[in-house]
Design a protein around this ligand. Structure first.
Ligand SMILES: *Cc1c(COP(=O)(O)O)cnc(C)c1O
Length: 448
């Protein structure tokens, strides 16, 4: 590989030194632009609104196909909850108390797929299914999409195959919705993906193929095998506009929830959002949406494991998806499902470069400690990766970001985006919790 001279890289980008030593770092993005300075992006506000319209067309189908969506009439959404008890506990343990108020966006509760992938993954498959059905003449946009649940459409979709490479949660979302519509669906997974996820997928009718080598190989294989079929469609996590747009709709929904809870966002009351980051698609789509909806008053931060800081390295070096964490001697090993990603999304990262405020990295032990603290104080149980955003308020407060942006810290609304958890089996969640409790009581230092 062409990056043998790591000393030169560290010389040019000194932050790489602690990053390569796996130390937690906080990076403020010097490329963030004001909305008025951004002239063109590959997606725009209209695309996001069109995505919301597609969700609305499919709502009658979703309500019919998934009993768990009847009560919401086919809308897949999660609550926004204040978490003052956790805030108190976090504040009790530090000299840097969180000012403003702390909320959790509970995508850990998202129905159908059990993680934030319910937004992007399901959207991409619905978009593809609609396109096929409209082109065939079997469906028109004015139909009630409930008819898609009928045998005629299942047989029609069964001619087509969908493939995806996934360490877990993306596979769940693509597998579950594709199989339900009638597609032949194959999920290419690394062998170390959690067994319960493989079992769940198989029980829903998806084919699960396991790869023992590097996860990159699973993706390459999956892509080749899928597109070898003339009626095959590959969901490309490393380069997908549709995943991105599916995620972006969350921002419009969040605006409504903030209004309902009378939380003001304006020039004097900024919104700080902290999102766990894998390839950067879900946090990127959400950040894109938030900047469209709240403009410069939305301050979006990504969080990556210290062992998988691929978006951070891509942005800091400017090499984006051309580099992987392995090129820098980093092993990409973390217990945070969904975040063990070595190379960022090309599509999402180019956009995030202009929109986000920064990135911090976090150790696995801290994820478990936060998992325990949230469970103990708020009785909310989320998967380890989903806790990463909870460290955000204190991390950012320890930089000069708030001061430099002339922000009154007591006016900030902090939202940690909880990205998954509801499908995690009880025994597994309990072992995460016990591990977090042990680490918490051992008093492993709070900030990195
Ligand atoms: C996928 C995932 C993420 C990150 O999303 P990316 O699009 O890969 O950045 C975060 N948390 C969980 C639980 C996930 O499954």
């Amino acid at each position: 590989m062409p990056f043998a001279d790591l000393d030169k890289w560290i010389h040019d980008y000194p932050l790489l030194d602690p990053v390569m030593k796996l130390k937690p770092v906080t990076w403020i993005n010097p490329y963030r632009k004001k909305m008025e300075e951004i002239t063109s992006l590959p997606v725009n506000r209209q695309d996001m609104q069109d995505a919301e319209e597609l969700w609305k067309r499919f709502a009658p189908y979703l309500a019919k196909a998934f009993p768990e969506l009847r009560s919401t009439h086919g809308v897949i959404e999660s609550p926004l909850k204040a978490i003052p008890e956790l805030q108190k506990l976090l504040n009790a343990n530090t000299e840097e108390p969180i000012e403003g108020s702390l909320y959790l966006k509970c995508d850990n509760e998202l129905p159908v797929a059990g993680s934030i992938k319910a937004r992007g993954g399901i959207f991409e498959v619905l978009h593809y299914a609609e396109q096929l059905a409209l082109e065939s003449g079997l469906l028109s946009e004015n139909d009630n999409y409930e008819i898609l649940a009928g045998d005629k459409f299942k047989e029609f979709f069964h001619q087509y195959s969908i493939g995806v490479g996934s360490t877990g949660n993306l596979g769940l979302s693509i597998g579950i919705i594709s199989a339900k519509l009638g597609f032949k669906v194959s999920v290419y997974m690394s062998a170390d993906a959690r067994q319960w996820k493989k079992n769940l997928l198989r029980s829903r009718g998806a084919r699960v193929l396991e790869y023992s080598g590097d996860f990159g190989e699973a993706i390459t294989e999956g892509r080749q095998k899928t597109i070898a079929d003339p009626k095959g469609y590959f969901v490309d996590d490393e380069n997908s506009k549709f995943l991105f747009l599916g995620y972006s709709v969350a921002a419009m929904r969040l605006k409504k929830q903030l209004d309902e809870q009378k939380v003001l966002v304006d020039d004097d009351h900024p919104l700080f959002v902290y999102s766990p980051c894998g390839v950067g698609g879900s946090p990127g789509g959400v950040a894109f949406g938030l900047r469209q909806v709240f403009g410069d008053n939305a301050h979006c931060f990504f969080v990556e494991p210290t062992h998988s800081p691929c978006v951070l390295i891509g942005l800091v070096t400017g090499k984006m998806e051309k580099v992987s964490v392995h090129d820098f001697g980093i092993d990409n090993r973390t217990e945070a499902d969904g975040l063990a990603v070595g190379r960022p999304s090309a599509f999402a990262t180019a956009i995030s470069k202009l929109l986000i405020s920064g990135i911090y990295t976090i150790e696995d032990n801290e994820l478990f400690r936060l998992l325990y603290m949230l469970g103990k104080t708020e009785h909310i149980f989320i998967e380890p990766s989903a806790t990463a955003g909870l460290a955000g308020p204190q991390r950012i407060a320890s930089t000069d970001y708030i001061q430099n942006n002339d922000i009154d810290p007591s006016h900030i609304t902090h939202i940690a985006w909880a990205t998954g958890g509801v499908f995690v089996p009880k025994e597994e969640m309990n072992s995460f919790y016990q591990k977090g409790k042990f680490l918490y009581q051992k008093g492993v230092s709070m900030v990195g």
